[in-house]
Design a protein around this ligand. Sequence first.
Ligand code: PLP
Length: 453
Amino acid sequence: MPNAELMKKAPDIKTPLPGPKAKAIIDADARFVSPSYTRDYPLVIARGEGAVVEDVDGNVFIDCAAGIAVNSTGVSHPEVVKAIAEQAAKFIHMSGTDFYYEPQVRLAEQLAALVPIDGDVRSFFGNSGTEATEAAVKLSRYYTKRPNVIAFLGSFHGRSLGSLALTSSKSVQRRGFGPLMPGVYHAPYPDVYRFNGSADACAEASLSFIRDQILVHLTAPDEVSAIVVEPIQGEGGYIVPPTGFLQGLRDLTKQHGMMLVLDEVQSGMGRTGKMFAAEHFGVTGDIVNIAKGIASGLPLGVTCARADVMSWPPGAHASTFGGNPVACAAALATLRLLRGQYVNNAARVGEHMMNGLRALQDKHPLIGDVRGRGLMIGVELVRDRKTKARAVEERGALVQAMFRRGALILGAGRNAVRFAPPLVLSIDQADTVLGIFDEALAEVAQGHALARS
Ligand code: PLP
């Protein structure tokens, strides 16, 4: 069956899950692969097309996870596949750290015109989000000659030992790995849904925690190199901050000569219906980090910075594989496709999905909050709308119930689910997902009502 026919089929569950072929692979995985990975359900992919995924037993799913918000142009978009094949046939690797090649330069040139940074921009290339964080922290320290960093509770910036000191999404990600890099201070991320007061007061509470607690009691402003922030918090629960928050950070960092580092690893590359989430708030950073969606699934991380800030000398920082030519070719094709239609599609289909989810909120008391931008949508689940008691087990059950019905989603934070499909998702597919979500919510609500009675 050609891949294109897959698009017409989803979802189609033929075997109990996992099917026999999937089960054999999962059993081998348990023996030979690190147990540190978190698989919420037993999906073993065989192939895909757009926002449709087929597993090794022929079961077909609609994909609202996109390989953790990565497959921006869908699974194996033909134009991306072509760009990869053409580049691979020419040369697969040369190391941009010691030699020159055009795809890396062209990508840096295009990003300079796109990223939310004022003035001239230079880019450093790595292979992942965590490497982008490492580069941003090193660059901020190098440029400002200051040691400390401010990040936010609930944030995710990577798992290597430097970035892990900033990450504060779940304690299991840190447990047993200390001591971590010193000099990192965390402020609360403004979560309007969980704040007792207005959106403005919520933004102000986070900003004043930095101003009046961290910068008074813990570190002097002239020892802080950077504030690192996700313009929309991803792993922490797809939390959209109040309007004035990022501008407040911009003002604070300017006032004290700190770098404002925008981590757009998850929220960037069109996911929110604009190329970068910071555009929704009209804010520019000194440094912007990109990874995940930039190369449609090939490993690539980029740290973009004001050209005057990225002034470190030869030898100061580099990575053998960073900016691999095949990954850069995939990124150039991805950018063409995103600008061509998929950023707009994310805005259009995202709005449709948000409206659909808000309509479901009237019917399902389990839905406490629906939030997001474009196709970066979070739904927070609660046991009681008044107390906002977190529906943690229900969230797990809901993710499973969606899977059994043929829709792939992921959790975010403690009790939210996220919809992060490829940006090619159609309105029809969105409607199918909404229908499945409706059924899955009913099943979970019934199961848990029975369990409690
Ligand atoms: N920054 C953000 C906002 C992320 O969501 C992630 C990964 O989820 C990272 C950084 C780390 O990216 P990677 O897993 O590629 O190291």
